[in-house]
Design a protein around this ligand. Structure first.
Ligand code: GDP
Length: 290
């Protein structure tokens, strides 16, 4: 995981608390200050860090001590629970026939993740296929086709066709025997209006079961604007944070999820087709605090 610094600072903060003889208001204040510093360095949104601080302080000082627990254990448990709260609930989906629309900017890892998702559903025993509707980035379709070929999954695309909506329509017809259809879309470099317009049209045609936003973990706070804009356009119901293996700043992308009222579905942690991990908030925080 790329969040080693965050993990170490959180562990240090917890250890410091565990070593205190008395856990009083001053000790809780100090713990909260340490947590703030750790989370802000990992680029977690300031507002969310402040909310977490308030919750920890008021719960640690006001909540009744659960039976059989000492103050120290009680405070550590609150910190754990509030960190789980901060990363949010994992976004849910079922292992049944469905259509998934992939959104995100160019370079976010959308095409790679589309391949990884094909692999994921294939391993779960579902018949899966991909549609390469990114006809803006040269080579995007060839890249997707190569990934799909490797795992023997059908892939529809037409790099000469300019109309991404038509590609999607033709792809749906070509893949009518497939149970899980995943549509890769164009990213561009920024959130231009025509990009948003195009993905809205694809969304109207496809009527997907899920609209997942792919965000590069290294983006930091800029992730919030992207999440907000895509959410307003098509209603994002899950976020995939990619490149978690390569950054210390994943907190920005992870906290951008709060803009979408959804949760994280998967985490990308490497360049191969197998490097996709189902997100689990409890497991993630346990590992950070490990
Ligand atoms: P797209 O423009 O959004 O389709 O982006 P690509 O799928 O082409 O990915 C851009 C770059 O990011 C490629 O070099 C990928 O190999 C790389 N990439 C994607 N996901 C991950 C990840 O989880 N970890 C790492 N280290 N690299 C990734």
């Amino acid at each position: 995981m790329g969040l080693d610094n965050l993990s170490n600072s959180l562990k240090d903060a917890m250890k410091k608390l565990a070593g205190k003889t008395v856990i009083d208001r001053a000790a809780v204040d100090e713990l909260v200050r340490d947590l703030q510093r750790a989370l802000l360095s990992a680029d977690v949104n300031v507002k969310l860090v402040m909310q977490l601080s308030q919750s920890i302080k008021s719960r640690a000082l006001d909540e009744d001590l659960p039976k059989g627990m000492n103050v120290r254990e009680h405070v550590l448990r609150i910190v754990y629970q509030e960190l789980v709260n901060l990363v949010g609930k994992e976004a849910e989906f079922s292992l049944r026939p469905q259509k998934i629309l992939m959104a995100g900017l160019q370079g976010s890892g959308k095409t790679t993740t589309t391949g990884k998702l094909c692999r994921y559903f294939q391993r779960k025993g579902l018949k899966v296929g991909a549609i390469g509707a990114d006809n803006f980035r040269p080579g995007a379709y060839a890249q997707l086709e190569t990934l799909c070929k490797k795992i023997n999954v059908p892939c529809y695309g037409d790099p000469k066709e300019k109309d991404a909506v038509k590609i999607t329509r033709d792809g749906l017809a070509a893949l009518k025997d497939v149970e899980v259809v995943i549509v890769d879309t164009a990213g561009r470099h920024a959130l231009e209006d025509d990009l948003i317009e195009e993905i809205m049209q694809i969304n109207d045609l496809l009527k997907p079961d899920h609209r997942w936003l792919v965000i590069d973990a290294a983006l930091g706070q800029a992730a919030r604007d992207q999440a907000k804009r895509f959410h307003e356009a098509i209603g994002i119901d899950g976020v995939i944070v990619t490149k978690m293996d390569g950054t210390a700043k994943g907190g920005g992308a992870m906290s951008a999820v709060s803009e979408t009222e959804s949760g994280i579905v998967f985490i990308g942690n490497g360049e191969t087709i197998e490097d996709l991990e189902r997100f689990d908030a409890n497991g993630f925080i346990s590992r950070l605090l490990g």
